[in-house]
Design a protein around this ligand. Sequence first.
Ligand code: SAM
Ligand code: SF4
Length: 442
Amino acid sequence: MRTFYIETFGCQMNAHDSEKVIGTLLSQGYQQVAKPDQADLVLYNTCSIRDKAEQKVFHRLQEFKKEHGKGKLFGVLGCVAQQEGERIFERAPHVSLVAGSASYAKLPQMLVQLESGTRRVTGLSLDNDQAFETPFTQRDNPHRAYITIIEGCDKSCAYCVVPFTRGPERSRTSQSILNEARELARMGYLEIQLLGQNVNSYRDPSPAGWDFARLLRAMGEVDGIRRVRFTTSHPRDFVKDIIDAIDENPVLCNHVHLPVQSGSSSVLARMQRLYTRDEYMRRIDWMKQARRNISITTDIIVGFPGETEEDFEHTLALLDEVQYDSLFSFKYSRRPNTAALELGDHIAEDEKSRRLAILQEKQRAIQIRRNSELVGTVDEAFVEGYNQATRQWIGRTTQNRTLNFIHPQQPEPREDATLAGTAWRVRVTRAGPNSLAGEAVI
Ligand code: SAM
Ligand code: SF4
């Protein structure tokens, strides 16, 4: 029995790719182990969105350099693999496999080559026009499943490596997505999260030619699926019909992650984001005017080249105006091949840190205030697990808030009974900046 270990870095797309890689390896007779020292094959599914993420994998490879002599094989998958290609063999000579996500469909053949002793195997082509579909996906969560609807990205945001690491956009047919969703429902999954770097530019390649809103509506009708989420949305392709679809059907979660990146139109132009602040705000207005209470989250980059103090103030003002429910914020990081490298006026690291701290403090205050307004309300929480330390069930609302709670009749999991995978009405009794706590209403 051959064994493998895999560690995943980065976004949900990577997490889901790993589920497919694991499924493929299991189907080839490999067994997954929990620690790299127990494995014959050690895989890192990597992220290169920021420099820090990229460095992590090289640290990992350094740690295990000496293991190579003991007959272990090492593989680098994902975005760093695609970005660095065969240079990885120079930086880490004990690596045998380097493959980007567009080549995973060829994983079984690559494994055969490795097993037959080929010293260096690569899968780096980006011209694969098929999304990576596999019948062998080994899902991590028994209740919530990811489905990739579109791979790659055709935008060219000036700071971003994704178009170089994940290639051009390829949408899956609506039929294959719906078949996967029905199969998941049959297996007992309750929640589906549709994935893509830009789900809004989904275009069904089959004659049906559905757009994203049409697909979303169909997903909301799959028998047995109680929640449908999606991520990520690009503001440029975000149309009002998506909000109308959410308004029509409570199965479609009332949460939209709409990355803005900056509140300054001149920074947005230099970022090549293809929208202005006003155009972004129009989309926010659609959401605020919706019948359902849609929670809105975003991504922000501080310290993009040339970002002035005034530009940064515009971003802070945007936070006040939108009142996001949550956000991810990052210091701009220079990435290879990207257009932003050519821009002048790079911002000093400590200035980026200062801006990030101010932004995060402001958002923390907004979240504390917004969450405290929810104390006393009742919401539905889907149970994802149990936290032994706090002795609470871990729940999530349709707005994607964490709502942990106690259940008077079942304070903890028993061998024959767990609440995981069930839904409860929960009264919110406490609020923090990042989560809510409450008690099940029985
Ligand atoms: N496709 C999504 C979009 O267009 O918003 C996001 C893709 S990326 C995986 C997630 C986030 O990482 C981006 O929204 C951006 O805020 C951040 N990011 C991407 N490149 C970055 C860079 N070079 N430096 C800092 N943050 C970056
Ligand atoms: Fe990167 Fe922009 Fe594509 Fe998002 S839309 S993946 S930020 S290039």
